[in-house]
Design a protein around this ligand. Sequence first.
Ligand code: F6R
Length: 250
Amino acid sequence: MRIYLSEDYKAMSRRAANIISAQVITKPDSVLGLATGGTPVGAYQQLVEWYKKGDLSFAEIKTVNLDEYLGLSPHHEQSYRYFMQVNLFDHIDIKPENTHVLNGLAKDPQAECAAYNQLIRDLGGIDLQLLGMGHNGHIAFNEPGDDFGLETHVVTLTDRTIDANTRFFESRDEVPRHALSMGIKNIMQARRILIVVSGEEKAETVCKAFAGPVTKDVPASVLQLHPDVTLVGDRAALSKLVEAGVPVCG
Ligand code: F6R
């Protein structure tokens, strides 16, 4: 695992965008696994900026997103499809048909999950999977205790995740209770993984995930078993890891 420490959120975002753009440049028809949430927004902005400058093209890129709320339409402002359109897809030359997000309105959610697993296989697998990490160590919607062997599945959100996501909705009641999410197995099958973390409030969990034992209690710890992971964090998020003596690159 490579660990890169950036001074602040902006520098972290730029570094993450550099790694993604290197993938896009070296394999222009890459399959990118993408994440939503606050952490990757800066990296997406940087990619858009480089695209607008003419340094990058996504014309042959395909994407698969990690997850989607069950019950939200793609046009709902808090749906992850909407997030991806607003933060990335609407501003670059990616073909709409090459962008894939789970359908939160699927009549048969189990069938939607099975079809998504098949889609990932049909695309030839994920070349680079971008991840964020929740305060409890979740990746995608794989919560503490979840089975590492799962592929895309229907998830019941934990109270903590509902609490954390309430800030995006009018009230806690409006936060969906279920989601569709890639499983740890899909994530671990990606050829490369890039995980971005920011902020002091994640420092403890970052330390547990990357310097502690691999355990289902901290889902992100499973990434220690992947052969090609890059962790990019700001100084605050990596502070406890540094204190624990884990070597990081500046
Ligand atoms: C989003 C996702 C989530 C987030 C995580 C961190 O697609 O899968 O696991 O990456 O909740 O979210 P932020 O970046 O908002 O702290």
